[in-house]
Design a protein around this ligand. Structure first.
Ligand code: F6P
Length: 534
């Protein structure tokens, strides 16, 4: 019997147990873990001592500790691409050596960080100027990991942003770049082309459009461009001088890259000091992950709760619900981090995966979600494990009472999900309005089955340091889940087919090639769109 079998057998015996019956005075402390000032509470799940012990066995049996150490020490754990996985080196600000292929990568990492800091300071202080004066706007052109990290971070750290305004253009849809250009003066705008490969069609198309726009207004467009990439030859071919190219190595995956050059726009917005705090937060989480026993290890426990809900209980999605408006883009960021990393049907060995792959991740900030999709979370037929995030305080002391209302809503939701409302209680709610069969019918609509699991990540305030901790926490969760499932979390072959077919379809949508060779549906859609102005 595998541990997964044992877990499923255990789950079957406890499936009907009400979570609230387990919540004695000690459970909240026992079924939570903390890292620095961050508290992870998973007491409102159906995991008990036996389930947790089995889950921790999973970590032992799959060698998570050894794989973690291999990752941190620069071994090539991304086996399908033959690469190390070392985004952790980007936040290793103590500079402790990290060796890849016999070479310490840290001097290079720290040198690039210092160059970024110098450039960011020059932009912020007006030493680096546009052809019309001090830089007022920064446009980051990138997609996926070259967009979501800095875009999410820029919103998250809005209270710390005192530099130029930042805009994030990702979509090849011309509306994105067009509307952004309309807001900016090219003479005082810095364009950052962010692309690990410098080949991504969306990014390169937008970058060329931005260059044309700038060329029409300033004498030397290239002088207001910077690039973030691993492909120095391509950045040079695009005309960006080497002193404004910030490079990184192939051991930084796109969705793990906001800690390095890809974070330049965020650094310009919040300043190098705050960006360093963000890195320090990430490094603190790394230290916690590497040195804390499993039951107290927040990334490990967050991963185990995820595995319990998805692979053991069979809940296919998880909702990430930040009661922190500045984390509005966190769900989108986590969609790429988790779904591009663990959305695989084949194990590292090339075998079909014996379990469900990683879950569908989705969400919106509270309280907005409450007025949109929580209906289904509370009364829909499927169970959706919810992951709440909440800060003790916001950044608006004068409106603290509003923050308290926000927190009350967050805690009320996890309580409501767990407790639900029985038919008896529902009858009591409407007994003064209805009677007989109508009372029964009306009451039934007001029943909440409850016993729906949730976790809460609580922290004092969303500072740069805390953001670093939170992002590194989710990265390590993905790593642990990936190792347990035997997945390579660091490749993304699943994005390739669509890219290839899009390239092949381009001449068809342009009308240069006939759609007849395509399947009937695609050909008909091309026909409709071309008939309507494509
Ligand atoms: O297509 C997926 C992907 O490769 C992501 O993994 C990556 O973050 C994104 O495209 C952008 O890639 P690049 O930074 O090379 O432009």
């Amino acid at each position: 019997m595998t541990i997964f079998d044992a877990l499923k057998a255990h789950q079957a015996t406890v499936a009907d147990r009400r979570i609230e019956t387990m919540l004695d005075a000690g459970r909240a402390k026992d079924f939570s873990a903390s890292a620095g000032e961050l508290l992870f509470d998973y007491s409102k799940t159906n995991i008990d001592g036996e389930g947790r012990a089995l889950l921790i066995d999973l970590l032992e049996q799959t060698g998570v500790a050894a794989k973690r150490d291999a990752m941190f020490s620069g071994e090539k754990i991304n086996e399908t691409e033959g690469r190390a996985v070392l985004h952790t080196a980007l936040r290793n600000i103590d500079g402790k050596p990290v060796v890849v292929d016999g070479e310490d990568v840290m001097p290079g990492v720290l040198e690039t960080l210092a160059r970024m800091e110098k450039f960011a300071t020059e932009v912020r202080d007006g030493i680096f100027e546009g052809q019309g004066g001090k830089i007022t706007d920064v446009i980051n052109i990138g997609i996926g990991g070259s967009d979501l990290g800095p875009a999410m971070g820029y919103l998250a750290l809005a209270p710390y942003a005192d530099g130029p305004r930042c805009h994030f253009v990702s979509n090849v849809d011309p509306a994105d770049i067009f509307q952004t250009m309309e807001k900016c003066d090219p003479a005082t705008t810095l364009v950052i082309v962010a692309s690990k490969t410098f080949t991504t069609i969306e990014t390169m198309t937008n970058a060329r459009t931005a260059k044309e726009w700038m060329s029409e207004q300033v004498t030397d467009a290239s002088a207001q461009f910077a690039a973030l990439s691993t492909a120095m030859d391509k950045t040079a071919a695009f005309g960006i001088p080497a002193n404004r190219v910030f490079g990184f190595e192939d051991w930084v995956g796109g969705r793990y890259s906001m800690w390095g050059p890809i974070g330049l726009s965020l650094m310009i917005a919040v300043g190098p000091q705050n960006f360093r705090e963000f890195l320090r937060g990430g490094q603190e989480m790394d230290k916690h992950f590497c040195s804390t026993e499993w039951s107290q290890n927040v990334p490990a426990m967050l991963a185990l709760v995820g595995l319990w809900h998805n692979q053991v209980c069979g809940h296919a999605t998880r909702a990430v619900l930040p009661y922190d408006n500045n984390l509005a883009r966190l769900p989108a960021y986590l969609q790429q981090l988790e779904m591009e990393s663990n959305g695989k049907g084949v194990s590292m060995d090339g075998e079909d995966l014996a379990f469900n792959s990683g879950p569908v991740v989705w969400g919106e900030p509270g309280t907005n979600g409450q007025h949109a999709f929580y209906q289904l979370i509370h009364q829909g037929t499927r169970v959706i494990p919810c992951e709440f995030l909440v800060a003790a305080k916001g950044h608006e002391p004068e409106l603290h009472y509003q923050h308290q209302l926000l927190v009350a809503n967050c805690l009320a939701q996890s309580e409501a999900l767990m407790k639900g409302r029985s038919l008896d209680e529902a009858r009591g709610k409407v007994a003064d309005k209805f009677e007989g069969a109508e009372l029964e019918r009306q009451a039934k609509h007001r029943v909440f089955v409850g016993n729906r699991p949730s976790t809460t990540l609580a922290y004092p305030q969303l500072t740069p340091l805390m953001l670093g901790q939170i992002i590194a926490l989710y990265e390590h969760r993905v790593f642990v889940e990936g190792v347990v499932l035997g997945i390579n979390s660091y490749d993304q072959w699943g994005v390739e087919l669509g890219k290839e077919l899009a390239t092949a379809l381009q001449p068809v949508v342009e009308g240069k090639e006939d759609a007849a060779g395509k399947d009937g549906s695609t050909a008909a859609l091309v026909g409709f769109l071309r008939g309507n102005g494509l």
